[in-house]
Every structure is written in structure tokens, then in C-alpha cells.
Design a protein around this ligand. Structure first.
Ligand SMILES: O=C(CO)[C@@H](O)[C@H](O)COP(=O)(O)O
Length: 226
């Protein structure tokens, strides 16, 4: 089972973009560990969001928490240096969007960032063959990428168990992140299936009290990981 610390990473896709700096300050103050930064290009996914300039603006605003960039863009490589320069901590990408997955992982690391690979709900886990040990993070999507507020796809639990087993077998410190439909009332079973890093957008930003919902999420994860 995971030995990595628990990370709650609010997805700013569900934040009020007109007050983004303040929203990020508020979730960090409320106990969030990372900022999850969803980048969509209206090509790889049918939505359009934010780019490196916004990441840089958050750093200039004073955000010092790790920024977890999830690239839903194709192609991947040409935007990697811009995000590294803008202050990204981790950069994750989809294997379907890169012609050379191993090369993209090395590119991310050569720019001083941690590298993650993202698996869509229908992407088989054997895409991790030959690259798992190069990764800092595996992100399993529990919704199809593109939008916040969707329901958790239950088959992600079995996928988490299988990837957890592979990570544990590798003996490496690789984070196992889950993204999509994560709520205070299902995060316990998601943690029990092996996730240590939890992205939640609507469950946090639509709640009236960020500290309350993040606190309940952490308590449920702690109970499940005991
Ligand atoms: O990457 C994505 C969607 O593509 C996610 O990060 C969502 O933004 C998560 O939102 P919720 O399902 O938690 O509302």
C-alpha cells in the first residue's frame, strides 16, 4: 500500500476565474496541498482553458504551493518549456497526445519538473510498460477529460488497485493520482483502492466552506489508509 503522504489538489477548473488568485489563496489556507491546473486546447479535448501565462501570474501573485499541471493538449512537447518557465512543479500529459512518450517524459525532467503520465478511463495500463520507472506520478482519470462536475466512473477503482500493485512492485516513489468525480463521500474507497493524491474540483469550489470539505476529505483518506 502507498507510503506517500496524502495530497489534496483542488482543480482550479471549478474556481471563480474572475478571482483566481484569491480562490487559490483560500483553498491553500483551507488545507489544500497542491494546485491542480487543467490545460485544455479545444483539440485534444473539447474545451479551452488556461495556459502558461496564468500559471506565471499565480506565481507572481505569491502562490508557493506545488502547481500540478495537467496537459490536455496535442502536441505536448512545444508547451512544456513554457510551463516549466512559468513555475509548474509537475507536468503530466496523455500518451495519446505524444508521438514519443519516453522523449516527452525526459523533456519534462530536463526542464526541472516532475513528470506524470495520464491514463483516460479507457486507456489500458500497459501503456506504463517501459516508462513507469521514469515517472514521478501516474494520474488515472475517473471521468473522460474535458469538463468538471462529471460522475466518478466506478471501473477506476479496479484500475487504481492494479496500478498501485505495479507501483509497489517497482519499489519507486511514484505518486498515484486520481481525477474526476472525487467527493468527500467517495474519497475513502478511492484511497483504499490505492490513490495517494486526489484532485477535486466541483466538490471543493462549489462548497460553501473550503476548510470543512478539505478536512472531511483528509479524515476519510486517513481512515481508509490506516
Ligand atoms: O481534468 C479534469 C477534467 O478534465 C478534472 O480535473 C476536473 O476538473 C475535475 O473536476 P471534478 O470532477 O472534481 O468536478
Amino acid at each position: 500500500m502507498a507510503t506517500q503522504s496524502t495530497v489534496i489538489a483542488p482543480s482550479i477548473l471549478s474556481a471563480d476565474f474572475a478571482r483566481l488568485g484569491e480562490e487559490v489563496d483560500n483553498v491553500i489556507k483551507a488545507g489544500a496541498d497542491w494546485v491542480h491546473f487543467d490545460v485544455m486546447d479545444n483539440h485534444y479535448v473539447p474545451n479551452l482553458t488556461i495556459g502558461p501565462m496564468v500559471c506565471e501570474a499565480l506565481r507572481k501573485h505569491g502562490v508557493s504551493a506545488p502547481i500540478d499541471v495537467h496537459l490536455m493538449v496535442e502536441p505536448v512537447d512545444r508547451i512544456v518549456p513554457d510551463f516549466a518557465k512559468a513555475g509548474a512543479t509537475t507536468i503530466s500529459f496523455h500518451p495519446e497526445a505524444s508521438a514519443h512518450v519516453h522523449r516527452t517524459i525526459q523533456l519534462i525532467k530536463s526542464h526541472g519538473c516532475k513528470a506524470g503520465l495520464v491514463l483516460n478511463p479507457a486507456t489500458p495500463i500497459d501503456v506504463l510498460d517501459w516508462v513507469l520507472e521514469d515517472l514521478d506520478l501516474v494520474l488515472l482519470m475517473s471521468v473522460n477529460p474535458g469538463f468538471g462536475g462529471q460522475s466518478f466512473i466506478p471501473s477506476a477503482l479496479e484500475k487504481l488497485r492494479r496500478v498501485r500493485e505495479r507501483i509497489d512492485r517497482s519499489g519507486r516513489e511514484i505518486r498515484l493520482e486520481i481525477d474526476g468525480g472525487v467527493k468527500a463521500d467517495n474519497i475513502g474507497e478511492i484511497a483504499a483502492a490505492g490513490a495517494d493524491t486526489f484532485v477535486a474540483g466541483s466538490a471543493i469550489f462549489n462548497a460553501p466552506d473550503y476548510a470543512d470539505v478539505i478536512g472531511r476529505m483528509k479524515a476519510a483518506v486517513d481512515a481508509a489508509r490506516k
